[in-house]
Design a protein around this ligand. Structure first.
Ligand code: 13P
Ligand code: 13P
Ligand code: MG
Ligand code: MG
Ligand code: MG
Ligand code: MG
Length: 364
């Protein structure tokens, strides 16, 4: 039987403001998943990145399974109820619908799932971010699976030498396209270099074996109003035909800028942190990412290892703080503030509306 890893997440309320999930909520979510281990699930783990509640589940039901999605939805609803009782901030924030209809996709929660035949030993890395959008993974997925200056295995390991296939989604036009690397690397980059619109959904080996899966929903596009950022998740398999664990996490030592941060309206550095530091503080950030490593063993999750809780990532964290200062000095100016096109999905249009009748045409 194949094993499925499902990571389903939502911001159902937090404290104070948008900074972190409440421990009571983590406890309830963990208990609800434990109750169905041995029936619906094989194994589970609950954590948070900032204000996002992350449900990590293993089972044998495949992707997009109604029972699994309903389990996650019901837990989010129960936790949102608790958040309301405690008057936590943004209680129920990411739950856009109120009636479950077979799948949580399109209802607000983020979903990254993959089904695979377990290898002799199957290390997986689960990345979870807060205060950014799904396209934030693009840069890293390219570095991990397609950049030979980053992943040395692409050059020196015959099992990686054929390259990978990337599935890219256009989240505006709602269409998808496949690119093979290395031969189509430049074409792939032409799209994924614009991460607000083009988002890598899956990466496969050339024989179709799944290597990476991400959440790609854009909340504001779905809701048609500002509901924070998507705060995406990603699952990656490592070793034996895939990049090594160290090759998967090494690109996170480069401090790149992503969209999100305060009010989902600013560019900021993407800071890798241990789970203990996965709380968004300064200017509601900076945007953060955690990584939990597991060995999958007959569907059981052996772990987790808190991969960024490590002095090897101290320097990038310092660089992120330096970059934060440079960007924050811009105040309300671009490129700290997102471009006008991206600001359409924030609260700015509400301000512009107030002045729409005050504008006068200039003479030709
Ligand atoms: P070990 O000899 O420690 O298993 O390392 C092998 C490897 O692939 C490291 O990336
Ligand atoms: P979240 O998407 O993490 O809730 O962020 C919302 C926000 O406005 C942060 O300032
Ligand atoms: Mg929030
Ligand atoms: Mg367990
Ligand atoms: Mg969040
Ligand atoms: Mg959010």
């Amino acid at each position: 039987v194949k094993t499925t890893v499902s990571v389903i997440k939502a911001d159902i309320g937090s404290f104070p403001g948008h900074s972190r999930t409440h421990p009571k909520i983590l406890e309830v979510a963990a208990r609800r998943l434990k109750e169905v281990e041995g029936s619906i699930l094989i194994d589970s783990y609950v954590t948070h990145c900032g204000d996002d509640l992350e449900l990590i589940m293993t089972h044998t039901k495949g992707e997009d399974n109604e029972e699994i999605h309903k389990l996650a939805w019901d837990i989010f609803m129960e936790c949102a109820g608790l958040a309301k009782e405690m008057k936590l901030y943004g209680a129920g924030q990411d739950l856009l619908g109120d009636a479950f209809s077979g799948n949580v996709k399109g209802m607000g929660p983020g979903v990254a799932e993959m089904e695979f035949e377990e290898r002799g030993s199957d290390p997986i890395l689960i990345f979870m971010a807060d205060k950014t959008e799904p396209g934030a993974w693009n840069y890293f997925l390219y570095k991990i699976f397609a950049d030979p200056f980053s992943t040395s295995g692409l050059v020196i390991d015959p099992s990686l030498h054929d390259g990978f296939t990337f599935e890219v989604h256009d989240v505006i036009e709602k269409r998808k396209i496949l690119f093979n690397t290395p031969e189509e690397s430049y074409s792939l980059l032409a799209y994924i270099g614009a991460p607000s619109r083009y988002v890598i959904k899956y990466v496969w080996k050339r024989d179709g074996t799944i290597g990476a899966s991400t959440s790609t929903q854009r909340l504001n596009l779905m809701a048609g109003r500002y509901v924070g950022k998507d705060d995406p998740v990603m699952v990656i398999r490592a070793q034996s035909g895939f990049p090594a664990v160290g090759e998967v996490i090494d690109p996170f030592r480069t401090p790149i800028l992503v969209a999100g941060w305060m009010r989902g309206s600013h560019h900021g550095p993407f800071m890798p942190v241990g789970v203990a530091d996965a709380n968004c503080t300064a200017f509601d950030g900076p945007p953060r990412v955690i990584c939990l490593g597991f060995q999958v063993c007959n569907g059981k999750l052996i772990g987790p290892a808190d991969m960024f809780d490590d002095p090897a990532f101290n320097r990038v964290r310092d660089q992120c703080c330096d970059l934060s200062s440079v960007l924050r000095a811009h105040g309300p100016f671009e490129p700290h503030r997102l471009s006008l096109e991206e600001m359409e999905y924030t609260t700015l249009p509400g301000v512009e509306k107030q002045f729409k009748d005050r504008w006068e045409d200039l003479p030709e």
